[in-house]
Design a protein around this ligand. Structure first.
Ligand code: ADP
Ligand code: MG
Length: 607
């Protein structure tokens, strides 16, 4: 399409506003033009953080010599024609304003040779006015040089940060496009130094390694199958960061900001991250161009989805699934070597499968141990334990999952192997043997996880077990905790904690969740749970209900420094094996550490 000035009625429908706020915004617009021009190689060079010079060179389709002046007119674009085109935008640019805006606040030189033309054309503008135009030799493609940015806009100049800061913003922009377009080669040179270069291999992983470093990239899990709506990479929970800014989102390869979608990502890490920490993720949404409006904001950094809830759910689910299927177990010792991400299902494993042999051996051991004693049930270990264990029928595995995590289909892989309990260490850890190494399980964290999933499953099936008290107990709370309790009364009741106002800061306790039934003083347990509400020490972004459940489970779980019998430990490990996220407690701390057989052999100098 030739470059033409849009009709005023079309131009007026475009989100208006300034697009060149700082050097990085100019770089962004120029890179988008190169991408729209089909360039495979995009070179960015800046000096003094872009203030002195920005040059973007590409090998794209170029601009025909007779259109080179039109390109700098406001609302001149080759990318859309009429208002209907605004409904389905497939190019990065469409406003026809970038070149005009940049030329208005700098000295610009554009040299371009269009495909099929013998020579190139050069145009030079200063503060928006054309000062030179000529035929010039040029390689195919376009090179734009922007000098003395904002020299004529002192107000804008004043707000520019140190050159190093501006260069960092520019690097962020280049890096984002390199992630979105791994099949194109990007480079960034700042004051003569190569700051960034991507390979153009077409592999997102390669771009990720260039953007974040190989170590970090290796700790990221690929999402979704081919053709999914949500693809990209999500960091393992251990890769957490102090802010949400490591969640990078693209829709149809366009970078965008959206606190709600970022929240969907954080939610997917629910109970897997420590308090106040955020994940690293690079996500690509594939959405029909008609279902997303990119014409919301002049810099196109915000978009509007036709069905935001569908997108929210898809993101949360895709990330959650990848995490649940791949969460690694921390390995003892500093050198964490590759740990199998998941173990195959027992059923359907071929006869010579080592896991099958292992399972049989373990069953035999367990049965031998069971002969004399029946395992002492842990609190909450009722027979009709509703959570599907590893040996559940496929239909049972499809039982509704935790309501706020969304439906998780049964994973096709195990998240921890079947373990043989060897004994207890320091009355706090369970020592166990797996198919390839030793596992140390934190009994308290593991029991918290088991109880947490049990309560969620019971809640989802509306059959949470409740224990009425024979005698109602009186709770005397501090005014602060009483106020929190008053707000949480309905949620508490849902979980079986029936409280009645008893004057002032006192409450009558009539029932507790069944998992607290063994408490000798249930009112003390409830006070402790309510106290927990006033401390901000629990999971990130949890719903009020999830916070409460976490607190109940923390209280009900077996403590450290508590001797456990072998059958008790076996029972706990068996139930942990049935959990959806067995590797972390609801607060996100690990439930187990692992030392591989190979590592043991190494430590003992056997190999
Ligand atoms: P927009 O990208 O919104 O169309 P711009 O002001 O950024 O508006 O660019 C105006 C026009 O100039 C584009 O529509 C395109 O035809 C042409 N153009 C700009 N940069 C390049 C480039 N690097 N290669 C080829 N054509 C370009
Ligand atoms: Mg543009």
């Amino acid at each position: 399409m030739p470059i033409r000035v849009l009709a005023p009625e079309v131009a007026n429908q475009i989100a208006a506003g300034e697009v060149v706020e700082r050097p990085a915004s100019a770089v962004k617009e120029l890179i988008e033009n190169s991408l729209d021009a089909g360039a495979t190689e995009i070179r960015v060079e800046v000096r003094e953080g872009g203030r002195r010079l920005i040059r973007v060179q590409d090998d794209g389709c170029g601009i025909p010599a007779d259109e080179i002046g039109t390109a700098f007119l406001r609302h001149a674009t080759s990318k859309i024609n009429d208002a209907a085109d605004l409904e389905r935008i497939t190019t990065l640019g469409f406003r026809g304003e970038a070149l005009a805006s940049i030329a208005a606040v700098a000295h610009v030189t554009l040299l371009s040779r269009a495909a099929g033309e013998d020579a190139g054309a050069l145009i030079r503008l200063a503060e928006g006015r054309e000062v030179e135009r000529k035929i010039a030799g040029a390689p195919p493609g376009t090179s734009i040089t922007v000098e003395h940015l904002f020299a004529n806009v002192p107000a804008r100049l004043k707000f520019l940060k140190q050159p190093a800061t501006e260069a960092a913003h520019i690097q962020q922009v280049v890096t984002r496009y390199a992630l979105a377009y791994p099949e194109r080669r990007f480079s960034l040179v700042s004051d003569g130094r190569l700051l960034f270069q991507s390979t153009g291999s077409g592999k997102l992983f390669d771009a990720l390694a260039k953007a974040y470093g190989l170590d970090t990239a290796k700790q990221m899990i690929a999402l979704g199958e081919e053709g999914g709506r949500v693809t990209g990479y999500a960091g393992v929970p251990a890769l957490h960061r102090g802010s949400r800014s490591y969640i990078t989102l693209f829709v149809n390869r366009r970078w965008f900001q959206d606190t709600s979608i970022a929240y969907a990502v954080v939610q997917a890490y629910h109970t897997l991250l420590p308090v106040g920490r955020y994940p690293v993720a690079v996500l690509f949404l594939d959405v029909d161009p008609g279902d997303v409006d990119v014409n919301v904001h002049p810099t196109k950094a915000e978009v509007r989805f036709r069905e935001p809830n569908v997108i929210f759910g898809a993101v949360q689910k895709a990330v959650r699934r990848a995490l649940v299927e791949n969460a690694p177990i921390p390995e003892a010792g500093a050198a964490a070597t590759a740990l199998p991400g998941a173990w195959p299902h027992e059923s359907g494993a071929p006869g010579d499968d080592p896991l099958r042999a292992w399972t049989e051996r373990r069953e035999a051991l367990l049965n031998a141990g069971r002969g004399a004693q029946t395992p002492m049930p842990l609190p909450g270990a009722e027979d009709e334990y509703p959570y599907p264990g590893p040996r559940a029928e496929p239909s049972q595995l499809e039982a509704p999952g935790p309501a706020f995590i969304g439906q998780e289909t049964a994973s096709s892989a195990r998240l921890m192997p079947i373990l043989r309990v060897v004994g207890q260490l320091a009355a706090t850890y369970i020592v166990a043997e797996g198919p390839d190494g030793m596992y140390l399980i934190d009994q308290h964290a593991a029991h918290e996880r088991v109880l947490y999933e049990q309560m969620l499953a019971e809640r989802a099936q509306q059959q949470l077990a409740v224990q009425p008290l024979l005698e109602p107990a009186v709770l005397d709370l501090s005014p602060e905790v009483a106020a929190l309790a008053a707000d949480a009364l309905p949620q508490l009741a849902e979980l079986g904690v029936a409280l009645e106002p008893f004057g002032g800061a006192s409450y009558l306790l009539r029932s507790v969740p069944a998992i607290l039934a063994r408490e000798s003083q249930p009112e003390r347990a409830v006070i402790e749970i309510l106290d927990g509400l006033s401390r901000q020490e629990d999971v990130v972004d949890a719903t009020a209900e999830a916070r409460l459940i976490t607190l109940v489970c923390k209280r009900a779980a077996v403590k450290g420094n508590t001797p456990m019998s072998l059958p008790e430990m076996q029972e706990l490990v068996r139930r942990l094996e049935g959990c959806r996220s067995p590797r972390t407690c609801p607060h996100g701390r690990p439930t187990m550490v692992y030392m591989s057989g190979a590592e043991l052999a190494k430590q003992f100098a056997r190999i």
